[in-house]
Write a protein that binds this ligand. Structure first.
Ligand code: C5P
Length: 299
């Protein structure tokens, strides 16, 4: 299949996520863990822009749009990059001979538990499906995406919130009726997902996420904030002292609640208003936290 060079550009935002709950239930024989997690997309997003070419080549240009204060965790730009892996997978599965020029503008810090790489991969699948006119359904793209990473299917969900089970790839979408006002920070050093999982102790008796989902569906942001939990927080704090310091700092801020997102090292607090979130983010930047932003969960 060749579609020739086209001037048409396909552009989309690739949103970050936070885990409002993350329960590690059991270690599995395949090296993964069974989890139950409630994820929500947030306003922070990378941008992906794609043009189909007839050259058969996949070219990726990454533009870093982080503040200079954040020490950069290098993003692979070779075949290990999740966007290029997504493109190769789609090409192989559907016998595509066309190539693509891809520009990725990175705003989501990596090694942060914010799902940046997975969201970029999911968005690449959606845009290349259009650019190469493959007519694959979202279900088919989710199936393909789950082989790239456990949380890639979440970024292909048809709503901004979902309860995810299995290793994180099985979705039940739901609609929240309130936005949470968040301040999100990333310390100078990141964390490796496999390493954090290796150090975690499964907590099969932790409270189920049902009540959190109920609060979100009822539009009760404050009650939802009181139902946050993350089984990976303790091992992350042990592996990265910056996370522990941020935890202590957030405790002194008087927010509704706060916790680690995913396997970290990013950490978020839930504020009573967006104004408060902006104010706290500014204070934290002035106090020397290299990356602190105010954002909201998406509806
Ligand atoms: O699926 P993904 O590539 O994001 O997972 C990265 C690593 O994180 C896995 O290789 C595994 O070590 C760990 N992991 C896990 N249980 C999960 C998800 C990830 O142990 N549910």
């Amino acid at each position: 299949m060749a579609h020739g060079n086209s001037d048409q550009r396909w552009t989309a935002r690739a949103h970050a996520k936070v885990n409002l709950s993350l329960r590690v239930l059991a270690k599995r024989p395949d090296g993964y863990h069974d989890i139950e997690t409630v994820m929500s997309r947030i306003g922070l997003a990378d941008t992906l822009s794609i043009r189909a070419t007839s050259s058969g080549e996949l070219r990726l240009n990454v533009e870093l749009a982080y503040p200079r204060s954040l020490p950069i965790t290098p993003i692979p730009i070779g075949p290990d990059n999740l966007v290029l892996r997504a493109a190769e997978l789609l090409r192989k599965q559907h016998g595509v001979s066309s190539g693509a020029e891809i520009t990725l503008t990175k705003r989501i810090p990596s090694a942060a538990g914010l799902g940046g790489g997975s969201s970029d991969a999911a968005t690449a699948l959606v845009l290349l499906n259009r650019a190469w006119r493959l007519h694959r359904t979202l279900d088919e793209l989710r199936e393909l995406g789950s082989g790239l990473g456990s949380d890639v299917p979440f970024f292909l969900a048809d709503s901004a919130c979902a309860l995810c089970t299995g290793r994180g790839e099985r979705l039940q979408s739901f609609s929240a009726r309130c936005r949470l006002n968040l301040v999100v920070v990333r310390p100078s050093s990141g964390l490796s997902t496999p390493e954090v999982y290796r150090h975690c102790v499964p907590e099969p008796t932790s409270p189920s996420s049902d009540q959190l989902i109920q609060s979100l569906e009822q539009g009760d942001a404050r009650q939802a904030a009181h139902r946050l939990q993350n089984s990976l927080q303790r091992p992350a704090e042990r592996l990265n002292p910056d996370v522990m310091s941020i935890h202590n700092l957030f405790t002194s801020l008087g927010l509704w609640n706060h916790q680690l997102t995913g396997s970290g090292s990013a950490y978020f607090g839930v504020c009573a208003s967006f104004r408060q979130a902006r104010h706290v983010a500014r204070r934290l930047r002035l106090a020397g936290i290299p990356w602190a932003i105010a954002t909201q969960t998406c509806l």
